[in-house]
Design a protein around this ligand. Structure first.
Ligand code: ZN
Length: 312
């Protein structure tokens, strides 16, 4: 499964406006609270422990002691009828080493938690949802329309500006990530990979970019490939999507059929780009460092796109 997908929670959107139900669930002993500190989720156990990791879902009454009643709290959903909330405890100075959580666990950066390989897939998806939601609240304390302070509503799925009577909703930004492919009777199959300027040395990936207003997914795929690598593509096909909580994107994985192998790299976007042969792609996905090259880890949808094509 692609990391951050497969969230098992019933989002219970019909309950979000029921203040009495929410208040009861916040203190119900069957409910669970995930504390997040500076957008890092709480994990049980020591930081350097080997082996499987466990998400820090706690019974009510523990993490709440760290912050005031106005701390941002979001309903993530229901699992077998039990409510799960995310609570922002960033106001506490060092909650992993002092106070009610001391000795129970640690806070870990979201990307590193997902990449550790120790967390169950469903928990990575839930932690990603929590990260994206709390991140949105942290950045939307003021109304984009009039500048007044906004207040959390609907269990975290709305922010309300009373000054200008406007509602704001959590956003998800669509990003296309695409693997251009080309089949040639003599050269064989190849896919286009590029190295972003910020990438670690040797790492190559599928190209990506934000979908712009007034644009379809297919149009965004063709535009980005043309802009970044000068590659002209025809047919675009959908592969899969991935919620990507950095801060709130939806990665839309696609394949695009290139018309030829001409490349004109936009030096502002990419350090370099080239056509990668299928056999080499298969070796890189298997973890071999052919010619010092490597592809993104399995936490990224790019890895799955390259893998699906190379092994398909
Ligand atoms: Zn306003």
């Amino acid at each position: 499964m692609i990391p951050f997908s497969g969230n098992p929670l019933d989002r219970a959107s019909e309950k979000r406006t029921d203040a009495a139900w929410l208040a009861a669930k916040r203190s119900d002993s069957s409910s669970l609270i995930l504390p997040m500190w500076k957008l890092n989720p709480f994990l049980l156990g020591p930081e350097n422990a080997k082996g499987p990791l466990e998400a820090g879902f706690l019974r009510p009454g523990l993490a709440e002691k760290l912050v005031g009643p106005d701390a941002c709290c979001v309903l993530l959903g229901l699992e077998k009828g039990n409510a799960l909330f995310a609570l922002d405890v960033s106001a506490a100075p060092d909650p992993a080493s002092q106070g009610p959580l001391a000795g129970l666990g640690h806070f870990r950066e979201m990307r590193s938690a997902a990449m550790s390989g120790g967390l169950p897939e469903k928990d990575i998806a839930i932690l990603g949802q929590a990260k994206a939601m709390l991140d949105w609240h942290r950045r939307h304390g003021f109304c984009a329309n009039c500048g007044a302070a906004t207040a959390l509503a609907d269990a975290g799925y709305r922010r309300r500006c009373e000054a200008c009577n406007t509602d704001h909703f959590p956003r998800t930004d669509p990003v296309v990530i695409m693997l251009a492919t080309h089949t040639d009777p003599e050269l064989g199959d190849a896919c286009l990979v590029g190295r972003g300027k910020q990438f670690p040395r040797g790492m190559f990936s599928a190209l990506a970019g934000f979908v712009e207003p007034g644009e379809t997914i297919e149009e965004a795929v063709r535009r980005e490939l043309m802009e970044e690598a000068g590659v002209k593509t025809g047919k675009v096909s959908y592969y899969a999507t991935q919620p990507w909580p950095f801060p709130s994107s939806l990665m839309i994985g696609c394949f695009a059929e290139a018309e030829n192998r001409d490349i004109v790299v936009d030096q502002n976007e990419l350090a370099e780009a080239f056509w990668l042969e299928k056999s080499k792609a298969r070796a890189l996905i298997a973890g071999e460092r052919t010619d010092g090259l490597f592809v993104p880890p399995a936490v990224a949808i790019a890895h799955h796109l390259i893998k699906a094509w190379a092994e398909g």
